[in-house]
Design a protein around this ligand. Structure first.
Ligand code: BES
Ligand code: MN
Ligand code: ZN
Length: 490
């Protein structure tokens, strides 16, 4: 399906008119005249609640849909409403569809485009008797976004950004939803290599031999129990003019399957642990988008990728390992593997790239889900300015962050008798915080480091499947953060 911006309504096709709940009477009055519908009927049938749909059949065979967006819709509300509409209606739409955004206040083009593209996404990756692609989402499909000539220039920019994000995010959804027999550490590396070639940024993959040579002992220890080798993926996007630009270092947890290792998980819901690479998806996706949009900022993305499997060779509880930075770690629980591989990811980043800003993302703890549920990711940083900027970006995209403390009082939890640090406190309290304190040890006191625990946000229940599935959490958030950073440093 092809999308274009228009300033005039195309002569044929289905028409979608989004309706915000505020000032409803006057809008419905206009619509009743425009569509020659009796106002009282319209008022009775349509309250413009979010995702509410009224279908008006026309004599020419096409349809007009009124689509409720609810009161005071924000970016995420527009996105969700359109995703749901297109997901539900995709089989019933004609090849030509127009969305009338000419009366809408504010810049919603990006959210609407993302919503439409996501509406066409389905989870049936491996089904063999898939129904044919609906005509609207096929090559023959054509979507016109009707905007007012006044806002066309702004809309055009938002549209290009949205198409770039949507296309990248879709691939990340596929990677996240892929099971472990279709997705190994090398699969992530291959994706990055292809992307780097296509979009002009450099990608280096350290294979197992190289990890051994360079002594990434923490990553290697987690991978020990698996038949598939680990990798460290380094993606590096530099703008053409790289003088005086900030360097942002992003590190993402890339566990392609987490059995827990010897501290094995219970079997209920273990299958969901194919999604334990949500941090990696956010990082890889953001670097690709930065390159596509040619953002004037230097972004380095590092992904330690491995399985956490169980075998005779697996790391055992009590083992002491040596990380890339030389610090020793006592492994109390092999299921606390994310922080262990991030120790090397962060260590490698600070040693080789000295980024101005350092952010890691990880599906790190069940504890953050106990604290915040499925409505916000945990944000950990000692840097107030960074916290504020990330929170602002998050509020803009609707991928909420909530700050939790990382006071030094919590350091007690990770003190080991035998090693520099231990990977689990052994106590059922403040698990997300002690995990953050553990990571902090490997940032070499970076003054602008933030950790995002996205365990509850990367893979969740949605209206689009019966089981949890990928959300793409973090990609839009980080992209919007980078753009704010650029705007500020101008
Ligand atoms: N990948 C899990 C965290 C997780 C849990 C992500 C649920 C998404 C949904 C992580 O590796 C893990 O197992 N964490 C343990 C740590 C504990 C053993 C200290 C946890 O949170 O239970
Ligand atoms: Mn684990
Ligand atoms: Zn994990």
């Amino acid at each position: 399906m092809n999308i274009t911006l228009q300033t005039q309504t195309p002569p044929t096709g289905d028409l979608i008119i989004p309706v915000v709940q505020t000032d409803l009477t006057s809008q419905l009055t206009d619509l009743s005249q425009k569509l020659t519908l009796p106002l009282p009927t319209l008022q009775r049938d349509f309250k413009a609640d979010a995702k509410e749909v009224v279908t008006v059949y026309k004599a020419d065979g096409f349809k007009t849909y009124l689509l409720g967006v609810g009161p005071n819709p924000k970016a995420m509300d527009w996105l969700r409403t359109f995703r749901k509409f297109f997901f539900d209606q995709k089989g019933k739409l004609s090849a030509q569809v127009t969305i009338d955004l000419s009366q809408v206040e504010g810049d919603v083009v990006e959210s609407v485009v993302l919503g439409v593209r996501w509406g066409g996404y389905d989870l049936k990756l491996y089904q063999t008797d898939k129904p044919d692609t609906p005509v609207f989402f096929s090559d023959a499909g054509q979507l016109s976004l009707l905007v007012s000539p006044r806002t066309e220039a702004v809309a055009q920019e938002a549209f290009i950004r949205a198409e770039a994000i949507a296309q990248t995010q879709r691939q990340m959804l596929d990677l996240m939803n892929a099971p472990a027999n279709y997705k190994q550490p090398q699969t992530l590396a291959d994706w990055a290599m292809n992307s780097g070639k296509q979009h002009g940024y450099s990608v280096t993959v350290l294979d197992k031999t190289e990890l051994e040579r360079q002594k990434l002992g923490a990553l290697l220890s987690v991978s020990q129990g698996s038949d598939v080798p680990p990798v460290l993926i380094i993606t590096d996007y530099k703008p053409a003019d790289a003088t005086n630009v900030l360097t942002v270092g992003l590190v993402g947890k890339g566990v392609t399957f987490d059995t827990g290792g010897v501290s094995i998980k219970t079997s209920s819901n273990m299958h969901l642990m194919k999604s334990d690479m949500g941090g990696a998806a956010a990082v890889l996706g953001t670097v690709e988008i930065a390159a596509k949009l040619k953002l004037p900022i230097h972004v380095v993305g590092i992904v330690p990728a491995t399985e956490n499997a169980i075998d005779g060779r697996s790391t055992k509880p009590g083992d002491v390992i040596t990380s890339y930075l030389g610090k020793t770690i006592e492994i109390i629980d092999t299921d606390a593997e994310g922080r262990v591989i991030l120790a090397d990811g962060l260590g490698y980043m600070v040693r080789h790239y000295s980024p101005d800003i350092l952010i890691d993302l990880a599906t790190l703890t069940g504890s953050v889900i106990a604290a915040l549920g499925y409505h916000a990711a945990g944000l950990f940083t000692a840097n107030d300015a960074l916290a504020n900027k990330l929170t602002e970006a998050a509020n803009q995209t609707g991928e909420h962050l909530w700050r939790l403390p990382i006071w030094d009082a919590y350091t007690e939890d990770i003190k080991s008798d035998v090693a520099d640090v231990k990977n689990f406190s052994g106590k059922p309290v403040a698990g997300a915080i002690s995990a953050a304190k553990f990571l902090e040890v490997f940032t070499e006191n970076h003054p602008a480091w933030a950790h995002l625990d996205i365990a509850g946000m990367a893979f969740t229940d949605t209206e689009f499947g019966s089981q949890k599935n990928a959300t793409g959490f973090g990609i839009r958030l980080l992209t919007s953060y980078l753009q704010a950073l650029i705007a500020e440093s101008r």
